[in-house]
Design a protein around this ligand. Structure first.
Ligand code: HSE
Length: 402
């Protein structure tokens, strides 16, 4: 029998407890070992759950119990969670977490502690909720030189954009609906301003390219205030509007990474990823493109990935799963605004002639007083400088994903 403990009884933590208790026989069979949920740490009282006897408010109950071999952290944040996870790893307990904020900020350090102690630190649920993506990158795609990752990494914003595109719903109404359905983070700015997706692209890029990418190295733009008219114009140009995370190897030991509103050809598999679903497309030199698709948020999808990691820890109590990356450095991630990409720009139709005279424009579409145009590859900082030279201040930029 292996004792486990859960830190945090929120949406994900309660889902993990339910799966461990409801699937006890199935999990025992798969782990070839009985999983005993011994403690749940939370400062709140939960008297009406069938496992009320397992709650503690004292972290030391878990830390000092040598029978607890696996600790599951679902509390979130990078302050208390960091202290708890680090303490458990230093005590020789394997840790499983769904906490992208923690892994994005401290992943390299915590992986090193796990390696030094010959235990596991696993976090499949931190990216893409229930979608298996980190393990496939670390294991199944290990023979590839991975060069680019592109994805819809936030279910809330994808849900909002889908409601705007399909139901003509205003941004604020769609956000309220996402919050009611429990998709949004406690502070929805983490979703709509792109920070949640940025944390996930940090984790994906760190794992795929081998060196830690920190959240403050990601150029991050969200979808706050996205206009229905822009979404319609993008559609007329043949594109679907999405919030996309991208990380790309540039050569010379450097990468670039960003989260930004983007447009994607309607025929691309990323475009057909709707509602709360996520997709992560990985490019490797041998495999070409491979995509991972599924539910990127929600209680049970996320808990499903957490419990699978717990099983892996139990099956490897005396061995390490290969999952590792090195600390990063400040010059590793190049500002994407200085790298040439394709862009679609929308501005007032009165600027149409000026724009056409200044830019190498490929497609143009005018509608309801706005003009949209796509540009040959250019650096965003040059694009902005040219718009400033033309005296155009009111415009929106979408990266064209190809
Ligand atoms: N708020 C996040 C999302 C939850 O919408 O994707 C999963 O990280």
């Amino acid at each position: 029998m292996v004792d486990v403990a859960i830190i945090g009884h929120g949406v994900v933590g309660s889902g993990v407890a339910e799966i461990i208790l409801n699937h006890k026989d199935l999990l025992t069979e798969k782990a070839k070992n009985e999983i005993n949920l011994k403690y749940i740490l939370d400062i709140r009282d939960f008297e009406n759950v069938p496992y009320a006897d397992k709650f503690t408010k004292d972290f030391n109950d878990i830390l000092n119990d040598d029978d607890v071999r696996v600790v599951i952290e679902t509390a979130g944040g990078a302050t208390f969670a960091y202290d708890y996870v680090k303490a458990c790893l230093l005590k020789g307990k394997s840790v499983v977490t769904s906490n992208k904020e923690l892994v994005a900020a401290k992943g390299a350090e915590l992986l090193k502690i796990a390696m030094d102690n010959n235990i596991n630190f696993l976090f499949e649920a931190s990216v893409g909720g229930g979608i298996p993506v980190l393990r496939p990158i670390a294991q199944c795609l290990a023979a590839n030189d991975l060069t680019e990752i592109t994805g819809i990494l936030n279910g809330t914003t994808n849900f909002i954009l889908t409601k705007m595109i399909k139901d003509n719903m205003q941004f604020s109404d769609a956000l309220s609906m996402a919050q009611r359905l429990g998709y949004a983070e406690r502070d929805p700015s983490a979703d709509i301003d792109g920070h949640d997706a940025a944390r996930k692209i940090c984790i994906l890029a760190s794992l795929a390219f081998g060196k830690h990418v920190y959240p403050d190295q990601i150029k991050t733009d969200g979808i706050r205030g996205m206009l229905l008219s822009d979404i319609a114009l993008n559609s007329n140009m043949g594109y679907v509007t999405k919030l996309v995370g991208n990380a790309k190897v540039l050569g010379n030991g450097k990468i670039t990474a960003a989260v930004s509103p983007a447009v994607i050809k309607k025929s691309d598999i990323i475009s057909s990823t709707e509602d709360v679903f996520n997709i992560i497309k990985v490019r490797g030199d041998a495999i070409g493109d491979v995509a991972f698709y599924g539910r990127g948020a929600g209680k049970l999808p996320t808990a499903s990935a957490v419990v699978a990691d717990v099983l892996d820890c139990i099956k490897h109590l005396h061995a390490r799963k290969y999952l590792f990356w090195d600390e990063g450095d400040k010059d590793y991630v190049v500002n994407p605004d200085t790298v040439a990409f394709s862009y679609l720009v929308i501005t007032d139709a009165k600027n149409s002639d000026a724009v056409k005279s200044e830019f190498a424009v490929s497609d143009v579409c005018e509608e309801n007083g706005n003009v949209a145009f796509t540009l040959k590859k250019t650096a965003k900082c040059d694009l902005k400088a040219k718009m400033e030279k033309l005296g155009i201040n009111d415009y929106r930029i979408f990266r064209v994903i190809d």
